[in-house]
Design a protein around this ligand. Sequence first.
Ligand SMILES: [Zn+2]
Length: 250
Amino acid sequence: MTPVTDDDPGQHGRTHRLELADQTLREWDATVLASDAEGVVLDRSAFYPGGGGQPPDHGVLLWGGVQTRIVGVRKGDDLWLVPEPGDPLPPPGTAVRGAVEDERRTALMRTHSGLHLLSGVVFRDFGALVTGGNMQPGEARMDFNLPEVPPGFRDAVETAINAEVQADRRIDVRVLPRDEAFALPDIIRTATNLVPPEVKDVRIIDIVGLDQQADGGTHVASTRQVGRIEVVKIESKGKGFRRLRIRIAD
Ligand SMILES: [Zn+2]
């Protein structure tokens, strides 16, 4: 839901972000540029650092016959991969094999794409705009501005989103120049006010025919890969403020 805010969405400080161009990448070679108990900086990393409601990846760095478990990412001038306390730390200059924990990341990709699908359907069928969202692997919430909850809303939403899963729509990633991105009518409703003026390129997640959003997260390649989605709960949090909780069912 939150757009990329770097000038070059493929670069954060000294780290080239591999996961933005290849969301299927789980293992790669890298060199350590800096390390201490607070974190490790790599020249190349596929660890999603968190943002837009999607939490950071977990995984390992393998080197010299040992492993450094990575349990989070801290975003500063550089991307600092946060090690499990007490694990050995690779000194600067070390060649490492990085690996993202696949089960967690894949669940987060399915969940994140499921949220975009939900926001696309609720806007198309009920005209409601997203005001916030958050996710964990396999479950998520999304907030909408919806003054009235129509009768049968939960079932209608659940049926419609699972029809879009079955329709197996492609989910494309594109990076567009700012002007071109904001010429897309769907983008304006969600992102114009969120993208700082200095950002020149905007990464777009396009559920083809349903929803386009400026977004820095990782997504599956088609809606069928999300799997069946349950609308677990609808909460009223105040005037026009509805919170939908979803779960990926399989
Ligand atoms: Zn998103």
